[in-house]
Design a protein around this ligand. Structure first.
Ligand code: A2P
Length: 316
């Protein structure tokens, strides 16, 4: 199993199970199956609305002796409505209670975007707080507190661009050790990956398969279908594997972490088997040439007229 090495020698399994979009009724079985199949890394977040079911599956797997807590790597995230310093530790504790854990291995600021307290999904400008009024560095002091309280082993961020990371690195005691962002052949994130590597920040790729199970409201008209890409299909056919397996093995070969979501037992098994696939340099060149700067998760739900966030500022 490929591992990502952290500064203190902790090792995160590079391949994890994504749980975004996994329905509460399905995710319990998916996590149990994944752990039985050999997954040791589960990616979670309270906004996915399923942490209790994930927690039940983890707890049962431990009780059944299939895995120990120490063998698992559990990541969760701070939602955008808990960025005030005093709200971070309680939010982390709520996640731990839902996941039935005493600590998570990695806790991330989900977005560089703040909502007013109690707002789960913003409807308008009034629900938002600007980062001038509630800076990420303030939220980060709460994140650092989760480490000193032993609630998490590592802290990091998600959906951060280079400028946002620079600001955080310059103003933090504990440096972020992870940035979880969308990444796949259509959005390879080379500049961001290079910046992260220079600053000892690991990168996790979300939506590695293009997340076609997003709600229609989140989908653009005529968006490109990554899993149906003819080059990916051609390489998959040559190697007698599936297109999803090519996408996962490509991410792993870049030395990054990747968290494909599945609630289907065959696909859960298929995805972890991607670790065995080795792409040659010609295949990698063909995949690299697919870059088109295409973002499936645009973050435009946080952008309102006269609001504090713009699409440009979000990804800067
Ligand atoms: P399912 O959960 O029914 O397996 P992403 O990880 O980019 O968010 O993509 C998740 C989507 O990809 C889900 O619709 C998931 O469906 C599907 N998926 C996961 N694994 C595979 C696979 N091996 N082959 C095809 N589709 C897959």
């Amino acid at each position: 199993m490929k591992k990502i090495q952290f500064g203190n020698n902790d090792q995160m399994p590079a391949l994890g199970l994504g749980t975004w979009k996994s329905k509460a009724g399905e995710v319990y079985q998916a996590v149990k199956t994944a752990i039985k199949t050999g997954y040791r890394h589960i990616d979670c977040a309270p906004i996915y609305g399923n942490e209790k079911e994930v927690g039940k599956a983890i707890s049962e797997s431990i009780k059944e002796g299939i895995v120990t807590r120490e063998e698992l790597w559990i990541t969760s995230k701070l939602w955008n409505n808990a960025h005030a310093k005093a709200d971070v530790v309680p939010a982390c504790k709520q996640t731990l209670s839902d996941l039935q854990l005493s600590y998570v291995d990695l806790y991330l600021i989900h977005w560089p975007v703040a909502f007013k307290s109690g707002i789960s999904m913003p409807k308008n400008n009034e629900d938002m707080i600007s980062l001038d009024d509630l800076p990420i560095t303030t939220t980060w002091t709460g994140m650092e507190e989760t480490v000193s309280l032993g609630l998490t082993k590592h802290i990091g961020v998600s959906n951060f661009g280079i400028i946002a990371l620079e600001g955080l690195i310059a103003n933090s005691k504990i440096k972020p050790s992870m940035n979880q962002v969308e990444s796949h052949p259509y959005l390879q994130q080379d500049a961001l990956l290079g910046f992260c590597q220079k600053n000892d920040i690991h990168l996790t790729a979300y939506s590695p398969l293009g997340s076609f199970d997003r709600s229609d409201a989140m989908k653009a008209n005529n968006e490109p279908k990554l899993l149906a890409d003819p080059i990916i299909a051609e390489i998959a056919k040559e190697k007698s594997v599936s297109p999803a397996q090519i996408l996962i093995s490509w991410a792993l070969q870049r030395g990054i972490s990747v968290i494909p979501k599945s609630v289907n037992p065959e696909r859960i098994a298929q995805n972890i088997a991607s670790e065995k696939i080795i792409l040659n340099s010609t295949e990698i060149e063909k995949i690299t040439a697919l870059e088109r700067g295409y973002r499936y998760v645009k973050g435009n739900v946080w952008v309102f007229e006269n609001g504090p966030y713009t699409t440009e500022s979000l990804w800067a």
